[in-house]
Write a protein that binds this ligand. Structure first.
Ligand SMILES: C[S@@+](CC[C@H](N)C(=O)[O-])C[C@H]1O[C@@H](n2cnc3c(N)ncnc32)[C@H](O)[C@@H]1O
Length: 242
């Protein structure tokens, strides 16, 4: 059981099965269905808090079962599920390979970056998503030289079509890039890859340049500075000066 729980997919299935079993037991005990569902979701939330460090899993487990019920009530045709799977795979399939999910930087970190970056500096977003950070900085900080790389096709294409031409925009794996050309390297990736990012930064970045991470740290070094973002995930901008 302990081994199974270290695999995040197995953990997801086990927590959902336990939630579903709780629901069945409570319904068999003749509790009103909404109350039974509510109690089963408390169990899901508790298990997600216990077995995941990242807060968003709690919400995923809390919403999963109600969404299944809503989908059933809507009596959607079967092909809609296949379509949803295909769209999800198209948008997020790369995450299974890179161990980095897709979510975008919040307004708080965009404002903080715009205030923190030194004049005329070179800023690279590794895993730049749809280019949201770069689009914001291009508008707010005309002095910066901006670069971004994104591995997922649909997001890269979105950035390609929407970013201003002064942003250099690549569809490349950041692990293939040389980080020595940049004053700031910004990462909003995942805890799973941060140790590798830190090692790459330490090997390649110039003294005085900064690795910035939205909320995810590394076991290798304490950040030189931490700026709280007061956002929904209680995140912070972590800054390592090389
Ligand atoms: C959490 S999103 C952050 C997007 C953007 N930086 C932002 O803050 O709004 C992380 C992005 O990194 C991309 N990614 C993951 N691994 C990558 C890699 N090895 N090279 C380039 N991009 C990668 C993912 O496809 C995803 O779009």
């Amino acid at each position: 059981m302990r081994n199974l729980l270290t695999n995040r997919w197995a953990r997801f299935v086990i927590i959902q099965l336990i939630t579903y079993l709780c629901l069945l037991v409570l319904l068999a005990a003749h509790l009103p269905s909404l109350l039974a569902l509510g109690l089963a979701l408390v169990v899901a939330y508790f298990l997600a808090s216990r077995y995941y460090a990242e807060p968003w899993w709690r919400w995923i487990h809390l919403l999963f079962l109600p969404l299944i019920f809503i989908a059933q009530l809507l009596e959607l045709p079967a092909y809609m599920y296949l379509l949803a799977l295909a769209v999800s795979w198209f948008l997020f399939g790369m995450a299974a390979r890179t161990r980095v999910p897709v979510f975008l930087s919040e307004q708080a970190v965009l404002q903080t970056l715009a205030q923190e970056l030194a004049l005329n500096s070179r800023f690279l977003d590794i895993g730049a998503g749809n280019g949201r950070v770069l689009a914001f900085l291009a508008k707010e900080r005309p002095d910066l030289q901006l670069f971004g790389t994104e591995i997922a096709w649909p997001l890269w294409l979105f950035g390609k079509l929407t970013l201003p031409s002064r942003v250099k925009w690549w569809r490349r794996d950041y692990r293939q890039l040389d980080l020595s050309d940049y004053d700031y390297v910004y990462a909003y990736l995942s805890p799973a890859v941060m140790d590798d990012v830190w090692q790459q930064a330490q090997e390649q970045m110039q003294p005085g340049s900064c690795l910035l991470s939205n909320s995810f740290s590394t076991a290798y070094a304490e950040p030189s500075r931490t700026i709280p973002l007061n956002d929904w995930k209680d995140g912070s901008l972590l800054i390592w000066q090389l």
